[in-house]
Design a binder for this molecule. Structure first.
Ligand SMILES: [Ca+2]
Length: 130
């Protein structure tokens, strides 16, 4: 885990400039990060700590995942499809796309620490971006 985080830190500025394409620089496999297959885990702290399991579709984290709105610092996507996480309720604002089976162990590397408020499965290839 320490090794992964160190790499993510050095890649942070690159990740910011490349956007969604660079997410692989800051991901670990969901199973490696402790997320069971088929579920979404959102965590108040980095490195998958202080987590709760949720649905893959949440329009208002303040109501549907009490205590986690604007508090999430790491995410595990144990589902088989990509999920888009958004800055505001109802899938608005800045976003981050997390591939199926991947985790982001520190959202601060993407400028989205303590900022996310909704999420849903990503559009199919060729559709609109997150
Ligand atoms: Ca947090």
């Amino acid at each position: 885990m320490r090794k992964i985080m160190g790499f993510a830190g050095t890649a942070a500025s690159l990740a910011l400039s490349l956007g969604a394409l660079s997410i692989a620089t800051n991901t670990a496999s969901a199973s490696e990060a402790g997320t069971a297959a088929g579920v979404i885990r959102v965590c108040k702290d980095a490195s998958m700590r202080n987590c709760v399991t949720t649905s893959n579709t949440i329009s208002d984290a303040g109501k549907q995942v009490p205590g986690y709105q604007d508090s999430i610092s790491s995410i595990g996507n144990g589902t088989s499809t990509a999920v888009c996480f958004f800055e505001h309720n109802n899938y608005q604002g800045r976003s981050i796309r997390i591939p199926g089976g991947a985790s982001v162990v520190d959202l601060s590397s993407h400028g989205l620490n303590d900022a996310l408020s909704s999420w849903r499965p990503a559009p199919p290839p060729g559709g609109p971006t997150c």
